[in-house]
Design a protein around this ligand. Sequence first.
Ligand code: ADP
Ligand code: MG
Length: 339
Amino acid sequence: MSDVIHLLPDHVANQIAAGEVVQRPASVVKELLENSIDAGAQNIQLYIKEAGKILIKVVDDGVGMSITDARLSFERHATSKITSAEDLFRLNTKGFRGEALASIAAIAHVELKTRRETEEVGTCIKIEGSHITSQEPSSTAKGTSISVKNLFYNIPARRNFLKSDTVEMRHIIDEFQRVALAHPKIAFSLIHNASELFQLPGSNYRQRITNILGGKTNEKLVPVNEETEIIKISGFVGKPEFAKRTRGEQFFFVNDRYIKSPYLNHAVTAAFEGLLKDKAYPSYFLYLTVDPGSIDINIHPTKTEIKFDDDHALYAILRSSIKHSLGQFNVAPVLDFER
Ligand code: ADP
Ligand code: MG
């Protein structure tokens, strides 16, 4: 009998990897926005058509890419961000896996235009199902513009699985807001079909939160500030009387990256103990800074979960600093008869 094992061709391997990284249009949005941030962009525009099913386009004014790098950026495990496994524990970029562009290009029609400041002419690459179909010189602005059209065009099952435009757009807006909240100094805009949904000038944390969630948010915010040997905490919690019936306004950022953490969420809820009505969820926008060596982000391809070395200590510090802030702002407990 002959041997039966063979290596999969790249485009097949890329498509399989894409299944993990790209669940829906919002996943593409996240990856592209993060690439623009890693490229040092100060202005990032996101254009969406039909909830990302037709077009997702990100335009940035970051460092851009050389002609060769532009081609290489679509190879799997091709990255400028790390060179060794140790680098994973001193990360200061959003990306490091070198998988996003390869995955996206395996399952969509992609056009990349990019130019570095030092070059007079940029380059334009078109790629479909992992195959480059053209590369030409292009007189494009400094930075990078990337269009992702017809997502999942070659995976009908995935395309059919997409939800209504309203639902997919909700996911896109969520990702956009998370990234924008993590990076207040960067200006962002979001245009869906012909309407401008967000136009966010570069600002500070308080203004960014208010610009995204509406003018009245400002007066609801109680600042939280704490610095210990293992963690720096800054940001805001919403006053208890403004707690919501849904969890919509709960945000943790660790080293400028939005993350989900039921455990730390519990610490916040514990700090609000006795201050909330039944079934009310406090709002919070908490920015945690820790030594990159004390966390592991590489536990899930979408990087929204983190493993902390010392999560019990973080829990205790978070809870006590929020309690302290709420106390300082004289937040009165909810009276019993209000229940
Ligand atoms: P990763 O972000 O993990 O490195 P990606 O597949 O997202 O992997 O991107 C591959 C490489 O392409 C990046 O490491 C970066 O060098 C380059 N790149 C991607 N997007 C941009 C951009 N908007 N501006 C400049 N370079 C980019
Ligand atoms: Mg990336």
